[in-house]
Design a protein around this ligand. Structure first.
Ligand code: G6Q
Length: 525
């Protein structure tokens, strides 16, 4: 389809927006007893409910026409077949290969990548079992009790979030720690709590040049030596996950303690690769495989379900509506599950780093607004804090509510309370309320959109499906907005400036001069 036809689909969508401008979501519900059934879908063990957004059948049809017109299905096929769809970096985008079934094959540039994927996964899982069983010993002969993942961004957020989400499924006698920040307070806080002889460090870095990770890894190694380990003992306490074998060797980690991955795995999509090693240790190979199988189920759903039944497509189209037609600049992610408290931070990277772009694939200004600000936190806590803004603020912020039907704890009554709050918030945002006593400050405007994603339990499978749902949503939006979702040049400039300031070649701004003089005084104290 031509660009003109895609723009015609956008124009048709804008007309739907104008038609529904005065509509209220609660009135749409009142007018249609089947609204929930019409605007909710199930797939890969998840329920997606978009019925509390200000859309109707005609608007949804226009959204689906945009997806068709933008050749979303063809683009999806190109990603799954290993084409170099990351055009700005000339790479394939194949996180789906990391969770492909054992009978699958995927040839990229004449090479089937799946045997490599399987071989590394087998090594990851075998190593995880060695650590879990206590066969892997530290320098005094004791088994490992603490695993410290040193990595940042995509080499941190996924495993950190998933380890918290799946805490009931982790080994009891192993603690997982995550160190990302170059602020020494981060690493120091962990080192204070672990015994060197029982600690394994995983240096997780695709490039193995990231300043924060290299600084933390060097300090951790120096600390290990200070704690009595010999140079030869370092191999018992350090392993690496990287694509850069040379830099790993230069750091002193041997090839058998390095778990590779590939340039076609983007950092923020790398949880499924050896970057998930800490998680594989915590979960065991069975649990890690279950996570992958849940994602695989969502991959299959995304590939095969018709657009109108397709969860990632519908989630993306809901965002097109809220962002581009209704003009909302932010979206809140509020899991009603304490274990998913880090999900908003994970999605913030996934969505904002992927689609926070102002230029289209052709290098010209994007024609439509792209990724909204993504933020949030666990419910019910947020209700006692920022929900004020969601209910009565001047900006409308659509919300994603996420929850499991059944908990994994035995505390009676809590889950009913939690879920009652989730449902109440969706209703309150939608319906609003007139002031009960004439005081205008007590009125709620309502008509505020929300989306719900529910699952039976928060198992490794369901988490895998949930994360793959959002990954594919991000892909769909990249296609619809026409932006390069798989690069992240926007993080370069600050890094370069920090580098020159460290070398003393940066141009000091007023603030830096002030800081330097104060820091000199502090040094003298
Ligand atoms: C993710 C980004 C970024 C990256 C980190 C860490 O998609 O590229 O967050 O993951 O900068 O990079 P390394 O793994 O190379 O240390």
């Amino acid at each position: 389809m031509s660009d003109e036809m895609v723009e015609a689909a956008w124009a048709a969508l804008a007309r739907q927006g104008a038609r529904l401008k005065a509509a209220r979501i609660d009135s749409l519900f009142a007018a249609d007893a089947r609204r929930f059934a019409r605007f909710s879908r199930e797939g890969a063990g998840l329920l997606l409910d978009i019925s509390k957004n200000r859309i109707d059948e005609e608007a949804l049809a226009a959204l689906l026409a945009l997806a068709k017109g933008a050749m979303l299905e063809e683009a999806r096929g190109r990603m799954f077949s290993g084409e170099r769809i990351n055009v700005t970096e000339h790479r394939a985008v194949l996180h789906v290969a990391l969770r492909a079934g054992n009978d699958a094959g995927l040839v990229v540039d004449g090479h089937d990548v799946l045997p490599d994927v399987r071989a590394v996964k087998a090594r990851v899982e075998a190593f995880a079992e060695q650590v879990r069983s206590g066969a892997w010993r530290g320098f005094t002969g004791k088994p490992i009790r603490h695993v410290v993942n040193i990595g940042i961004g995509g080499s941190d957020l996924g495993p950190r979030m998933a380890a918290a989400a799946l805490s009931p499924h982790l080994a009891d006698d192993l603690a997982l720690h995550y160190v990302a920040n170059v602020d020494g307070a981060d690493l120091a806080g962990v080192l204070d709590r672990v015994a060197a002889e029982e600690t394994l460090f995983i240096v997780a870095s695709k490039t193995f040049t990231t300043q924060e990770t290299m600084a933390n890894a060097a300090s951790a190694r120096a600390w290990l030596r200070d704690q009595g380990a010999e140079e030869a003992d370092v191999a018992k306490h350090f392993v690496a996950v990287s694509t850069n074998a040379q830099a790993v060797a230069a750091f002193g980690i041997s090839a058998e303690n390095m778990f590779p991955f590939w340039d076609w795995v983007g950092g923020r999509f790398s949880l499924w690769s050896a970057i998930g090693l800490s998680l594989a240790i915590g979960l065991g190979s069975e649990g890690f495989e279950a996570l992958l199988s849940g994602a695989r189920e969502m991959d299959g759903h995304f590939l095969e379900a018709p657009l109108a039944e397709n969860l990632p497509v519908l989630l993306a189209l809901t965002e097109i509506w809220n962002r581009n037609i209704e003009g909302h600049r932010a979206r809140a992610v509020v899991p009603y599950d304490e274990r998913l408290a880090l999900l908003p931070a994970y999605l913030q990277q996934l969505e904002m780093e992927s689609n926070g772009k102002r230029l289209g694939l052709d290098g010209e200004e994007a024609l439509h607004a792209t990724a909204p600000v993504v933020w949030g936190g666990a419910g019910t806590n947020g209700q006692h804090a920022y929900f004020q803004h969601l209910h009565q603020g001047t900006d409308v912020v659509p919300v994603d509510f996420i929850a499991a039907i059944a908990p994994d704890h035995g505390l009676a009554g809590h889950h009913r309370l939690l879920m009652a709050n989730l449902f109440a918030q969706g209703e309150a945002l939608m319906r609003g309320r007139a002031s009960p006593d004439g005081n205008p400050h007590r009125a709620f405007p309502g008509n505020r959109p929300s989306t719900a994603i529910l699952m039976d339990r928060l198992t490794p499978e369901r988490l895998g499906a949930l994360l793959a749902l959002y990954e594919h949503k991000v892909f769909c939006l990249g296609v619809l907005w026409g932006v390069p979702s798989f690069d992240q040049w926007g993080v370069e400039l600050g890094k370069e400036l920090a580098g020159s300031l460290l070398k003393g070649t940066g141009v000091p701004s007023g603030l830096l001069g002030w800081y330097n003089s104060r820091a000199r005084q502090e040094d003298k104290l």
